[in-house]
Design a protein around this ligand. Sequence first.
Ligand code: AR6
Length: 241
Amino acid sequence: MECKTFQVLLKSNPEGLILQVPKKFQLSNSKLVSFRPESRRRGTKWSNLILNKSVWCEIFFPLLMDRDDKEKQMTKITIKKGDITEENVDTIVNAANESLFGGGGVDGAIHKAAGVKLLEECRTLNGCKTGKAKLTKGYNLKAKYVIHTVGPVWNGGNKDESLALKNSYLNSLILAVKNGIKTIAFPAISTGVYGYPKEAAAKIAIKTVSDFIREDESIDEIVFVLFSENDFDLYKKLMSE
Ligand code: AR6
């Protein structure tokens, strides 16, 4: 008989003992066949089942049913080479400046494609601090919304630029979730006019997004839209590591 082992974790709480199994599986019944202490593996999503044992366990494959439907609901991260203004997603993210009054680069392209109404709405927002994010409608864009975030200006790396860049991605994702957004496209924030080194910025972008979707599965798809072939190749390389 084919046998596969999975880590499960038991936790004590006032209701009894909670068995956590990787989220893609559910137990078809609760027969546990052997027990083994293990350290918790990073990067696995867990779901809870109430059981009456208090140790790590191995479970035979026939006792598990693959939850294909659940798996499909997990957030997908994709990369694409192209112009973010063309993206057919719920929201695109703009790499803006603190005034939110438009500018060059992706900001200029987004304002041009969305039309003057975007600038009118941006004028009502009182700007946006570095690392924060604000939401507007998308107007003439395919995207229903634009999330405007302000990445850090690169200043040599000793001015908390990495934290500010992480916050730009994180606050954009938090705002997206608050607004029920299911699909979101990001440009490579801060890596143009603001001069953030591309590889360091890409690592922060990928890590922040990956960490976020481990905790929150409500977004269906996150797309990194890279404007140049080089940026696309860089993300491709980092995503495969
Ligand atoms: N689609 C996708 N990515 C793009 C597009 C596009 N249409 N156009 C440029 N990029 P930047 P920053 C890429 O300079 O560094 C503005 O003036 C570009 O190749 O747009 O955060 C704002 O008003 C680069 O990889 O944004 C601010 O003042 C990335 O988008 C300042 O620039 C970001 O480059 C913000 O600078």
